[in-house]
Design a protein around this ligand. Sequence first.
Ligand code: HEM
Length: 413
Amino acid sequence: METAITASRRLTVSLFSRLRTEQGQANPFPLYAELRSKGEVIAAPWGGHIVTSYELCDQILRSRNWLEPDADWRERQGTGTRWGAPSSREMSKTLPALNPPEHTRVRRSAGMFDRGTLKQLRAPVSHITRRLLDSLAERLQDGEADFHALVSEELPVATIGHWLKLPTADFPRLRALTHDQVFTQELLPSASQLALSDAATAELRVYFTDLVHERRRQPGDDPVSRWITVWDTLESDRDRADEAVYLLALFVLLAGLETTSTLLSTATLLLLEHPRQWDRLAVQPDLVPAAVEEALRYDPPTHVISRVAAKDCVLGGVEVREDEMAHLMVAAAHRDPAKHEDPELFNLHRKPAHLAFSGGIHYCLGAPLARLEAQTLLHQLVTRFPRLALARRPSWAPRVAFRRLLNLDVTLI
Ligand code: HEM
């Protein structure tokens, strides 16, 4: 019995190390299928549990018995662990690491993308997209262009920068910092990755704290100024109000850049890899929203979401102790045959349920903006460049939880 457990553990270790290579990230799905074949709930070799089925991932996200790994939980793991890193401690104060009742209070204060705000953003997003596609057209005259660098990396930072009213000159630095910062949110960050994340987090703190102070001095018509007004009613102490606003501004930048860039490139890649569906979209652009949803199911930007058990429980027949972590392999769950018919087929007509934006009380507040950017881009792209094609397969950074494309070379045929 012991040898069977050891063998199974060794298999999971090998699977995750293959997943963390560039090759593993280029196509993690056969590895996910292997993982799913081992069960709905598998022991994680580093402690905790790995969840592979759609039903259990969905159930955990909606359950009150599963919590975010908040500041108290991180402290209980010990200062010498990754959870004690300065970047992790800073993240523990942001919205997605809070549990009720604090989570409820902060989430209400954020009031993010209601219909009116989204309507106001439609024209600027469309305009930014058109400008980026102009530069793509220009570059394509030379034969090939890196769509990821020219378009996907630019649209999210230009959109959030416009919304938060940040200076254009700051965009490249902010984007570079978010790429480094994300390591602290990865599944198994190395010490050097954590060091990069710590440095990026410290620089972002200075940037956004200065921004909050500036907007307090000179309020305008922007989300940061509005959050200051809201937090002045929630906190009698001005420094605490400023800190809460800083954390909101920091987190929307971290949440909205890399994830959206990945969605834009992944959706484009999937359509170019399925030329019949691309051609279909070109004649029927009203299928664009469905294409975005299917891309979010087929290869979501976030492959893993984690929660911790609020109390002892049994999960999929496996005993779980209070405080143990469950890693929800949402990208694997999206290909669960018990949820989706022919899950390996990329199919525009599917209208799929997915967990790309999480579920339950932490459902992504930026989902309407991410959808707006992706739909605007695909619509303009397919109508303006119906003869776009892939020049070669792209490459990916060796991550596990947060997908990151490194390039997407396209050409015209
Ligand atoms: C395709 C793009 C995006 C994806 C895939 C994505 C994914 C996610 C996921 C999976 C979560 C939940 C994490 C958890 O349950 O622990 C989340 C939360 C969140 N996202 Fe997004 N996101 C995207 C874009 C954005 C954008 C553009 C913004 C804001 C401008 C944003 C703001 C947020 C916020 C504020 C939360 C925290 C919600 C809470 O904890 O209550 N996201 N996102």
